[in-house]
Design a protein around this ligand. Structure first.
Ligand SMILES: NC(=O)c1ccc[n+]([C@@H]2O[C@H](COP(=O)([O-])OP(=O)(O)OC[C@H]3O[C@@H](n4cnc5c(N)ncnc54)[C@H](O)[C@@H]3O)[C@@H](O)[C@H]2O)c1
Length: 249
């Protein structure tokens, strides 16, 4: 049986990487999807791969009105929202003392405030159908991650937000979970460490998954599909690592 038959999902960051893989996976499992991203060409390419069961929506998660509109469009086009997958995000690495105000604000604005604004807009609709939220945080939100102070802070924030809302909404039947991937083979990570100057090589041992290789976006999409489905009906407030053992070591 298809786990997302007759289910409506709103996916942010659907133009690329993990968001794209999540859209394809959920569509395979029967979902109808609103694919939202600031990259409209990428989003259109994802939707073209899926066909009639998906449509695109322009979204800038830093703009609260844009978040409200993405949620409103989902309800207008499809009648409800069963799953909000907050995947949109940015990366960025540098020495902590070199991060300027604009870089800090941008990281927190997209990765943390963006998730909050989507969650705030979607919660009243999710509460009507006992829907759920899956947020993509990061291993960097769980363990000290060198040269990633703003990114790590934003992702720790997503972990805290996830647990808080999970508790607040548990009695209303809305589940809220997060996934913490380690390194995943997407454009976000490609070349991410190239221009940060001198680094201490021993610190990078922390970033190495025990399984050796990076994850593929499909590995994270499979975890979204589990948490977002009724198979996880008793799972809320969980922070699921998909990191090849990186944070267990
Ligand atoms: N790739 C990794 O190693 C890794 C590891 C841990 C967590 N993550 C997280 O996974 C999520 C997806 O990242 P990815 O690796 O697939 O990267 P990606 O760059 O392939 O995809 C990110 C998507 O988010 C969109 N986006 C960025 N800013 C946006 C905004 N303001 N409004 C709307 N859309 C916006 C981009 O256009 C892009 O399509 C991010 O939250 C990222 O932090 C990635």
């Amino acid at each position: 049986m298809k786990r997302f038959q007759d289910k409506i999902a709103l996916i942010t960051g659907a133009a690329s990487g993990i968001g794209r893989a999540t859209a394809l996976r959920l569509a395979q499992e029967g979902a109808t999807l609103l694919c939202a991203d600031r990259d409209q060409d990428g989003c259109a390419a994802t939707v073209a791969e899926i066909g009639d069961a998906a449509s695109t929506q322009m979204l800038d998660v830093t703009d609260p009105a844009s978040c409200d509109e993405a949620v409103a469009q989902t309800v207008q086009r499809y009648g409800r929202i069963d799953l909000l997958a907050n995947v949109a995000g940015i990366g960025g690495f540098g020495h902590a003392a070199d991060i300027d105000d604009a870089q800090w604000q941008r990281m927190i604005g997209v990765n943390l405030t963006g998730v909050f604004q989507m969650v705030r807009a979607a919660l009243p609709h999710l509460a009507k159908v006992r829907g759920n939220i899956v947020n993509i945080a990061s291993a960097a939100g769980l363990i000290g991650t060198p040269y990633a102070v703003a990114y790590a802070a934003s992702k720790s924030g997503v972990v805290g937000l996830t647990k808080s809302i999970a508790v607040e909404y548990a009695t209303r039947g809305v589940r809220v979970n997060a996934i913490c991937p380690g390194a995943v083979n997407t454009p976000l990570i490609a070349g991410g460490f190239d221009d940060i100057g001198d680094v201490e090589p021993r610190l990078f041992e922390r970033l190495t998954p025990l399984l050796g290789d990076m994850a593929e976006p499909e590995d994270v999409a499979a975890a979204v599909a589990f948490l977002g489905s009724d198979d996880a009906r008793f799972v809320t407030g969980a922070i699921l690592s998909v990191d090849g053992g990186q944070t267990a070591a």
